[in-house]
Design a protein. Structure first.
Length: 419
């Protein structure tokens, strides 16, 4: 049985924890850590039904993906260096206030904020990734000093391996609040914090194996390895860590669905426009624009499914598509609301990835269908919020069978302007 055949029969959620477990079962190894980098790459690509080249492009060319993977990959590399020197380093994982612990010290690892860096200064963003949408909404956007890790460990460079190790008591503060940590912050590279490992109880000289950081000429993810200056195997190891589930489950899968959709547009010569470049109102709320036969701009938002909200029950199966922003509050605020306005776009494209498509098709038709399917639903047909009628409800939950009338097929493809 091939890996694809095994995944078709056994993958249900397509989440990283499940992919890792099924890869362990298929390749007959004890742990995820025992999978080779090639096996990890093959498992990701098979689960998402994408090519390695497309996956590499998604990681390297989308700043939200690259930023997330790069940040967690630094934690992986720092842990590897500690391990190679016989220093116990516990990986807390996730995206909380603490990433690692060394000698009883809690560490928050950060990679540079490139726009704030120069030859003498390195910059880091330390604000929270969840909660308040911006500093305009609440001071809670920033980390409180009391909640932050004992030390910030900020990457300066992999080669030579340089980090800043800064006690939280020395971190810059928000001008308006001495108990909140500044973001972005700016720190001198050459100063008391450069490779100050003694601050976290490491007194011996560290050995930094070049095999950890130096990319080779035959990387599995050549573009990603080049832009991160890091070997592919550590990028893949980072993605496969269950503690870092947000990388794949809540970040990369969204970009994958958009990449697959755009690939379909390209194959069918449909010209795609950037809403922001067109200067449309609230352009950031739409993902893409197509032009219809009359050359009118038509805006689309692309969304995937929420597995926990789906119901797999024969012909009564129900999808759950989250139709809200990832941050903000459920209210009618003009800029801070999570809820989309009904005028933000004309259609939502609901993307059902291979794992979900296969489950729904098994329930409804008793056959396998491990493929991507897209459905274009008019905003007018979406459920509206009962308290804010001018906004779209947070979740859409139609029956899977009822959704089929919106399937993107050859007839739909013929509606849009070509290049």
């Amino acid at each position: 049985m091939t890996l694809k055949e095994y995944f078709v029969e056994n993958i249900k959620t397509g989440r990283i924890g499940e992919i890792g477990q099924k890869a362990i079962d298929y390749y007959k190894v004890p742990r995820v850590e025992d999978l080779s980098a090639q096996q990890k790459l093959d498992s990701l690509c098979t689960a998402a039904d994408v090519s390695p080249a497309l996956l590499d492009e998604i990681i390297s060319s989308n700043s939200p993906v690259l930023r997330t993977v790069k940040g967690h990959a630094f934690e992986t590399v720092f842990g590897k260096i500690m391990d190679s020197n016989g220093i116990v380093c516990d990986d807390i994982g996730g995206d909380g206030d603490v990433d690692l612990t060394v000698n009883g010290n809690t560490l928050q690892c950060k990679t540079p904020y490139a726009a704030g860096c120069n030859e003498t200064t390195v910059s880091y963003k330390t604000h929270k990734t969840h909660g308040a949408k911006s500093k305009l909404e609440s001071m809670d956007y920033y980390h409180h000093v009391a909640d932050f890790a004992d030390y910030l460990v900020g990457l300066v460079s992999y080669e030579p391996f340089q980090v800043l190790i800064v006690p939280k008591s020395d971190l810059p503060r928000v001008p308006a609040s001495n108990v909140h940590i500044a973001s972005p912050m700016f720190l001198p590279i050459n100063g008391p914090y450069l490779n100050a490992f003694d601050k976290i109880g490491i007194t011996k000289k560290l050995s930094i194996p070049s095999t950890i950081t130096t990319p080779s000429a035959s990387e599995l993810l050549p573009k990603s390895a080049k832009v991160m200056k890091l070997k592919s195997e550590y990028i893949l190891e980072t993605i496969f860590r269950v503690e870092n589930f947000r990388i794949w489950d809540m970040n990369m899968r969204g970009f994958i669905r958009e990449a697959v959709l755009h690939q379909m547009f390209t194959e069918n010569r449909i010209k795609v426009y950037d809403p922001i470049k067109l200067g449309l109102e609230r352009a950031d709320k739409a993902d893409l624009v197509l032009k219809d036969a009359q050359k009118r701009d038509v805006r689309f938002q692309v969304k995937g499914l929420t597995y926990n909200g789906c119901v797999f029950d024969g012909t009564d199966s129900i999808i759950d598509c989250e139709t809200q922003l990832s941050r903000g509050r459920v209210n009618d605020h003009p800029t801070q609301s999570r809820l989309y306005m009904t005028t933000d776009f004309e259609y939502v494209i609901m993307a059902i990835d291979p794992a979900y498509s296969n489950q729904f098709r098994r329930e409804c038709c008793k056959t396998n269908d491990y493929n991507w399917h897209f459905y274009c639903v008019p905003t007018a047909d979406l459920r509206k919020h009962p308290d804010y009628p001018g906004r779209i409800f947070s979740h859409q939950r139609p029956k899977y069978t009822a959704l089929q009338k919106y399937l993107i097929d050859s007839n739909w493809i013929g509606l849009w302007s070509k290049f």
